[in-house]
Design a protein around this ligand. Structure first.
Ligand SMILES: NC(=O)c1ccc[n+]([C@@H]2O[C@H](COP(=O)([O-])OP(=O)(O)OC[C@H]3O[C@@H](n4cnc5c(N)ncnc54)[C@H](O)[C@@H]3O)[C@@H](O)[C@H]2O)c1
Length: 379
């Protein structure tokens, strides 16, 4: 059993989810060839460092993240810090020879993602596009790959979250640095489309910022200020939408919002082909809508429930329709990344996939400025 020393930077929402996931791998993946060991954790907030050591069992903690990337007993650095810090952390970790898993979108801008990719060429990289790992999405990808939907004709992707819908939501780092909802939410929707429907050739799009100021405060993006609090400007987009043409000729549309009222965490897609269609929505993670063209007059969309017959589901719950949850996807993601590292093989999704998304993002942002269709140029 190979020991894999894990060093984690940024012990917030996702940092804690990855830490719990690494701890759960032993109990869920009996056939593994590695044991993740929580070696070092860094966060800028001392109380979080203490929590990481006390409650999660990290051997060491530090407020200076360099102590994680420089540690000889760390093999894998997991980066779950705010986006604007990703690049310097990746450069330092890769220079120290560590394999790097970075949360999406890998950097605060398309340029930074490209630089991160080239800095980490000699190590194994992974990126936190966790929805790829949903068991029913793996099944959906298999159906598409096997031609069960025929030729793909249409794709609709969306990610609507309400985390910013309250104007009293505090001005956390998500509203103050780099790009907004295109990096935070639309990246997931397009990454999934890349996996399911292939590359995007051209786009025409628009962006908007609906809530231009927010209360100052140190909370996460779910934190709330008070009506009289001092305010600061939101520097990036709350909303983005685009029409696209895929390289395979299919047409599609994408939308993402963090301020729209109604859908609470609707990371969803519908894909249509000449012989069938599929639909999935994170709000109903354990259900896949499947339509197959048949001669049966009673045909239509059917609901396929998650169950142990789909990849990895049975590790968390046996049988059928005994649901799994959001953090289980992170656990699958961490297992798969560690398995790639332990066997020395390239991993997917990698920083190359992060670059594929930012090429689309660049075209979208260019189109929002020019008002015209823009080609997706490789970066
Ligand atoms: N894959 C997903 O579904 C998903 C979901 C949420 C967030 N994310 C990504 O995860 C990353 C973190 O997001 P989050 O929601 O967990 O944010 P968060 O604000 O909850 O956590 C970020 C943590 O980083 C710490 N930090 C800030 N500066 C630091 C520094 N210099 N050194 C060490 N730690 C520092 C903060 O104190 C905080 O604890 C982002 O890149 C985000 O895009 C991915």
């Amino acid at each position: 059993m190979r020991r894999l020393g894990i060093g984690l930077i940024g012990f917030g929402w996702l940092g804690q989810a990855h830490s719990r996931s690494m701890l759960r791998i032993r109990t869920l993946f009996g056939e593994r060839e590695f044991d993740p060991v929580l070696v070092a954790c860094s966060d800028a907030v001392p109380a979080k460092v203490e929590e990481a050591v006390r409650d999660f069992g990290y051997a060491r903690g530090a407020t200076d993240w360099h102590e994680v990337v420089d540690a000889p007993d760390v093999d894998v650095v997991v980066i779950a810090a705010p986006n604007a810090l990703h690049l310097e952390m990746i450069e330092a970790a890769a220079a120290a020879g560590k394999h790097v898993f970075c949360e999406k979108p890998v950097g605060a801008s398309p340029e930074e993602t490209v630089r991160a990719h080239s800095a980490a060429r000699d190590v194994i990289t992974g990126v936190g596009y966790n929805y790829r790992w949903a068991p029913l999405i793996r099944y959906a990808a298999g159906l598409i790959r096997d031609g069960e939907l025929g030729e793909l004709t249409n794709y609709r992707g969306r990610f609507f979250s309400m985390y910013g819908s309250d104007p009293l939501g505090v001005l956390s780092w998500r509203f103050q640095e780099g790009l907004g909802v295109t990096s935070d939410l639309l990246s997931h929707a397009v990454d999934l489309a890349h996996m399911l429907a292939g590359p995007i050739a051209r786009v025409v799009g628009t962006t908007a910022t609906f809530i231009p100021e927010r209360p100052l405060g140190n909370g996460s993006h779910y934190g709330r200020g008070r009506p009289g609090d001092p305010r600061g400007p939101v520097v990036n987009e709350d909303y983005a939408a685009m029409l696209v043409e895929f390289e395979n000729g299919a047409r599609g549309s994408f939308e993402a919002s963090r301020t729209m009222i109604g859908p609470e965490s609707q990371m969803a897609f519908d894909v249509h082909g000449t012989r069938g269609a599929l639909g999935w929505n994170l709000e109903r993670l354990n259900e896949l809508q499947l339509y197959r063209v048949t001669d049966d007059p009673g045909s239509g969309y059917t609901t396929v429930f998650g169950g142990e017959r789909f990849p990895h589901h049975g590790r968390f719950a046996p049988g059928s329709a005994n649901g799994i949850g959001y953090e289980d996807l992170v656990t699958i993601e961490d297992y798969e990344f560690c398995a790639s590292v332990a066997s020395g093989r390239p991993h997917t999704p990698s920083f190359a996939d992060a670059v594929r998304w930012v090429a689309v993002q660049s075209a979208l942002l260019q189109s929002a400025r020019t008002g015209r269709w823009e080609e997706v140029a490789p970066l």
